[in-house]
Write a protein that binds this ligand. Structure first.
Ligand SMILES: C[C@@]1(CC(=O)O)C2=NC(=C\c3[nH]c(c(CCC(=O)O)c3CC(=O)O)Cc3[nH]c(c(CC(=O)O)c3CCC(=O)O)/C=C3\N/C(=C\2)[C@@H](CCC(=O)O)[C@]3(C)CC(=O)O)/[C@H]1CCC(=O)O
Ligand SMILES: C[S@@+](CC[C@H](N)C(=O)[O-])C[C@H]1O[C@@H](n2cnc3c(N)ncnc32)[C@H](O)[C@@H]1O
Length: 248
């Protein structure tokens, strides 16, 4: 049998290794070369999720972000550094993937705010290496299960937004939805809280940090201060929509 070549990005789910698909589990265990994103000095969430599953002789490629919160995302320096970073890793993975299969690890689902999307579009544009993606359970799904409460009922509209939006934009989006998922929390928590307050939804909000992992924290937002909230956190408001209840 000819050994596979190309780049395959594997969605790992929200963090608990048991929430990985059978396909993801197989690909991770069989991998000879794995690449994953991380912030310098941190282990990387995707890498942590596969601890104990990788072969002893696997070759690892840590793709370390040149910047995360150090520069504004709309600055020229940020855009230049990030696009160079993606270009370089695309080149490196493509070179490797001509001879062997490279498994890229991705937390959650790769197509939901996943870094791999930036490599995917570049690899597709090159067209010289096969590129494939395996879906994963998104982090938000793990987080709403961590609260033990259904997220949508009946006609509820669920809106997914990011805490990087301005306060006014958050308010505008929150006002038109029943159930809310707010991703990319971290240092944006005070702004998210102000927006929820303006919509009268603070009492119903939950904060889930590191959902489904050993570090999971599930708290009502009103019981939490603004200090030191991790980036891997989600604010949730559950829908309260239509459901058949006996009227008598
Ligand atoms: C700049 C900023 C803006 C924004 O989020 O929009 C942003 N990341 C921020 C913070 C941050 N990022 C990370 C940490 C440390 C986490 C930790 O270690 O605890 C922290 C927090 C910190 O540094 O404190 C690491 C990280 N980030 C991504 C992954 C991989 C992945 O998840 O796939 C991992 C590795 C995770 C792991 O596995 O370990 C992915 C993405 N991060 C992006 C942008 C996009 C790519 C860049 C681009 O193309 O612009 C993309 C693809 C999301 C997208 O494009 O939607 C934002 C500032 C928010 C703010 O303003 O507060
Ligand atoms: C760059 S996005 C990646 C999303 C990922 N691809 C997914 O499908 O969930 C990072 C954001 O996902 C959210 N997130 C992902 N997994 C999480 C988890 N297990 N617990 C809490 N938040 C999570 C956080 O809001 C974090 O800021």
């Amino acid at each position: 049998m000819v050994a596979p070549t190309g780049v395959i990005c594997v969605g790992l789910g929200p963090g608990d290794p048991e929430l990985m698909s059978v396909k993801a589990d197989r690909l991770v265990r069989q991998a000879r070369h794995v690449a994953f994103f991380r912030k310098p000095g941190r282990p990387g969430k995707a890498r942590q999720a596969v601890q104990g599953l990788l072969a002893d002789d696997v070759v690892e490629y840590a793709m370390e972000y040149p910047v995360t919160t150090e520069l504004p995302v709309d600055s020229e320096a940020y855009v230049q550094q990030l696009s160079r970073f993606y270009d370089q890793w695309c080149e490196r993975l493509a070179e490797l993937a001509r001879q062997t299969q490279v498994v890229v690890l991705c937390e959650g689902d790769p197509f939901l705010y996943g870094s791999f999307m930036h490599l995917y579009t570049r690899l597709q544009a090159r067209g010289d290496v096969p590129v494939d993606v395996v879906p994963g359970i998104p982090g938000m799904v793990g987080c709403w299960h961590a609260t033990g409460t259904p997220i949508t009922w009946g006609d509820d509209v669920l809106s997914v937004m990011t805490g990087t939006l301005s306060e006014d934009e958050l308010v505008r989006r929150m006002q038109t939805a029943d159930a809310l998922v707010i991703m990319k929390v971290g240092r944006n928590l005070p702004r998210i809280r102000r927006a929820l307050q303006r919509c009268g939804r603070t009492e119903a909000a939950w904060l889930v940090e590191n959902g489904t992992t050993a570090q999971q924290q599930v708290q009502r937002l009103q019981d939490v201060g603004d200090a030191a909230c991790p980036y891997f956190a989600i604010v949730l408001v559950h829908g309260q929509g239509r459901r058949p209840e006996a009227a008598w």
